[in-house]
Write a protein that binds this ligand. Structure first.
Ligand code: BGC
Length: 275
């Protein structure tokens, strides 16, 4: 695997997907591999599946691997699990994946990964201002990128709209749950995005998740102040963003190690000079 490739893994409510990503272009360098999310979606069952999708690409230890998780991930620890098994809460995501996959990984929230992916290579490429990424799937994931900086772990899919957790009515899964036709679902989306605009005033709204493939069915019908556009990386944004974030983290770690080495050398030289 070449130097400019990282692997992205996206853990979803229904599927666990992975692909190697070209870090210069954001394109997959091999076909995406998907395994249905095991049920119950416990830490062991998911970590075992993540290990399988990683093994499919047989990466060397040097290849950065990013894993996107559908809940809050703070400093590597899972804090919420709205759409996977509750036993995830409090789990060290990085450690459990490392145990099963035999690989060090970088971990982050799935919507944060998707937002980062769209900022690096997609609909928000290089754009300044406040960009709101939303993913419509089993739940609603949200991320904000402000002048290129990601604000992690925003959980704005759970704001209360009409007395309900927004994702219950406006995620893609709500269409099946309530048997909504397009117009009914669009009415829920309108309420949700109007509320987001009222609170956040984004300059651009991006819509990802599997349903973004059918964006022409619903995006033109939403009446909003900001432009609302489909994710350019479609459902691959999470994979691409996880891979890019892992590569960025690996670079940061290398630079930090270099600085620490330099500082240690300097301190040793000083100690020798004064002895
Ligand atoms: C979770 C978020 C996640 C989103 C999309 C929500 O239910 O709380 O953390 O990003 O689903 O998976």
């Amino acid at each position: 695997m070449s130097k400019n490739i990282a692997i992205g893994v996206d853990i979803g409510g229904t599927g666990i997907k992975a692909a190697p990503v070209n870090l210069k272009t954001g394109e997959f360098t091999d076909d995406r591999y998907r395994i249905p999310t095991p049920q119950p979606s416990t830490p062991d069952a998911i970590a075992r599946t993540v290990a399988k999708v990683i093994a499919k690409f047989n990466p060397s230890k040097k290849v950065p691997i990013g894993v996107a998780f559908p809940g809050v991930v703070q400093h590597g620890i899972v804090k919420t699990a709205a759409n996977v098994d509750d036993s995830w809460i409090g789990t060290d995501l990085r450690a459990i994946i490392r145990d099963y996959a035999g690989h060090d990984v970088h971990v982050l929230n799935d919507a944060d990964a998707a937002g980062y992916g769209e900022y690096k290579f997609g609909a928000a490429h290089g754009r300044n201002g406040s960009i709101l990424m939303t993913t419509l799937g089993t739940g609603i994931g949200t991320a904000m990128i402000v002048d290129g900086t990601l604000v992690p772990n925003l959980e704005l899919g759970h704001i209360i709209v009409d007395g309900h957790d927004a994702e219950d009515r406006a995620a893609e899964s709500a269409r099946d749950r309530y048997g909504y036709d397009w117009d009914q679902w669009i009415a829920e989306l309108q309420k949700y995005y109007s509320e987001m605009e009222r609170l956040l005033w984004p300059d651009l709204i991006i819509v990802g998740g599997g349903i973004s493939k059918s964006h022409h069915m619903f995006l033109p019908k939403l009446r909003l102040r900001a432009p609302i556009v489909p994710a350019e990386l479609l459902n691959g944004a999470g994979i691409v963003g996880a891979a890019a974030a892992a590569a960025a983290e690996a670079k940061r770690e290398r630079e930090e190690a270099k600085l620490a080495e330099k500082a240690a050398k300097k301190a040793a030289a000083k100690a020798q000079a004064s002895s």
